[in-house]
Design a protein around this ligand. Structure first.
Ligand SMILES: [Fe+2]
Ligand SMILES: [Fe+2]
Length: 487
């Protein structure tokens, strides 16, 4: 039976990534070199609005131009606006100052901050990159405002990092909801959609205010649809409606985890602080908190297999991939650890590695062709370098997994081409789930299906096809064979 006919026939394609690819950029700077460097990154039809003084920046506000990306050269404003710094700015220069939580507490804002607040009203999703001066005094003020603010040095950013930031912090056209949260007779104040892999379209699943029929609900399950979607602009309305009623408990939790992951990456890329040891510890603790939240979310499902089938994100994004791997680490990795006296440190190492393993992609490449594959390969060392520089207190096992996550059992992996006998069980396992996630999300572009189905096809492919045989450790593959029995 084709259950799709139970759904609304109306379909549409969202203007995918339009804003992200060609944003309007506001540049507050007088530095021509910076302008040149940025204009090589944001190519037309992206549009630059370069202003040299706050006065003209204020004029811009009157023109109601939606700004997606604001690049602020703090060094310039530090010089120009130094006379504006009243009493309130002194004392903020101390970078070691502990966070006081609240933002303003009635203090007078710095003119640049007030301007920024005005600006962000026009687009709350605006990404701000602060090219900080050596003795940054605005930085802490900006971060307290709770928007996506990234702090970089002028001489230490690349096009790959900027486009990575765009990808991670940019506007998404829709937000995921977990189908598991939906009950018969539920209704919502906004339209709910589902993604049709074939044709890459969004179909209306439930009209605003319409009660969910049990027929529709069973159509959802029979199609193996784990995620539904809501338009980005409707998301906050939906959450404020469902939050007090506890209707979308799991979806809200997954959204929270994704948001925390984003904040964490911002912290990792932030170049403005030098107390790396303290910061490395803080970042590590945030990673552990994220993995713990995910573990609790998994426990909200009736069985681990159901979490495994329904939780993974289907979008092709950095954040989705990291969270998916973390889910596999927490569910399947836990099973694997049973073969090693239930060692909890294995599960922790796998889940921390899941969050961090591809972080070097920000420095290695964005778009690459096959000729540039060598660039892609550098993401392993670039990531480890960043992690080491930030002084994240990773266990040796976690670092090994990150370093070797593209090595292969047949010795044909990279960066070192390590031979099978030198790869540990945890690395073997991680490399399987890393590939499996791509395999699964690729398959989702053809049809909706639960993760377990992808796993079974993957298993057959990896154990039977002669030409790819032994890419993964056969023993580890075999240990994972009976995932269907997970309960
Ligand atoms: Fe990777
Ligand atoms: Fe990966």
């Amino acid at each position: 039976m084709n259950s799709f006919n139970l759904l609304h026939p109306q379909t549409f394609s969202l203007e995918k990534n339009k804003l992200r690819l060609y944003p309007n950029i506001l540049l507050l700077s007088k530095d021509l070199k910076l302008e040149l460097k940025l204009s090589e990154i944001f190519v037309p039809p992206s549009h630059f609005f370069t202003v040299h003084a706050l006065g003209s920046a204020k004029e811009m506000l009157k023109r109601n131009i939606p700004i997606d990306f604001a690049c602020i050269d703090e060094e310039y404003f530090l010089k120009e606006l130094v006379h504006d710094r009243g009493e309130t700015d002194r004392g903020e220069t101390d970078r070691g100052e502990t966070d006081r939580g609240e933002t303003d507490r009635g203090e007078t804002d710095h003119p640049l901050i007030s301007y920024y607040k005005e600006l962000i009203k026009s687009n709350p999703k605006m990404i701000v990159v602060l090219f900080f001066a050596e003795h940054s005094f605005l930085y802490k003020r900006f971060t307290k405002l709770n928007y996506s603010t990234i702090s970089l040095t002028k001489n230490n950013f690349s096009s790959s990092l900027i486009s990575f930031i765009q990808e991670i912090f940019g506007r998404r056209p829709y937000r995921s909801l977990l189908a598991r949260d939906f009950r018969a007779n539920d209704s919502f104040p906004v339209d709910i959609y589902f993604y049709r892999p074939k044709g890459q379209e969004y179909s209306l699943f439930l009209n605003k205010g319409e009660a969910l029929s049990s027929n529709k609900l069973s159509a959802l399950w029979s199609q193996g649809i784990g995620h539904l979607e809501v338009r980005d602009q409707d998301f906050s309305e939906l959450i404020s409606y469902t939050l007090p009623r506890g209707m979308l408990k799991r979806s809200e939790e997954l959204h929270y985890i994704r948001k925390q992951y984003k904040i964490l990456l911002g912290e990792i890329f932030d170049d403005s602080k030098s107390d790396y040891r303290v910061r490395g510890e803080e970042i590590y603790q945030s990673i552990l908190r994220i993995t713990e939240r995910l573990r609790s979310l998994i426990n909200l499902f009736p069985a681990p297999l159901e979490a495994l089938n329904e939780l993974p994100f289907t979008d092709d994004s950095f954040l989705g991939h990291g969270i998916n791997l973390c889910v596999y680490a927490l569910v399947i990795g836990k099973e694997l650890a049973k073969h090693s006296n239930n060692r909890e440190d294995i599960v922790v190492a796998l889940s921390v590695a899941a969050i961090l393993h591809d972080v070097g992609k920000a420095y290695a490449y964005r778009e690459y062709s096959h000729q540039q594959f060598s660039l892609y390969k550098t993401h392993l060392n670039a990531g480890l370098e960043l992690i080491q520089q930030r002084k994240l207190p990773l266990t040796p096992l976690t670092s090994t997994i990150i370093r070797e996550h593209h090595e292969q059992h047949n010795g044909l992996g990279y960066p070192e081409g390590i031979s099978a006998d030198k790869l540990c069980m945890e690395v073997n396992f991680f490399n399987i789930i890393n590939n499996l996630d791509y395999f699964h999300r690729d398959a989702l572009n053809q049809e909706h299906r639960p993760f377990i189905k992808s796993w079974e096809q993957f298993y057959i492919q990896e154990t039977n096809c002669e030409w790819i045989k032994n890419k993964f450790n056969p023993q580890t593959l075999h240990t994972m064979k009976n995932l269907r029995t997970l309960n």
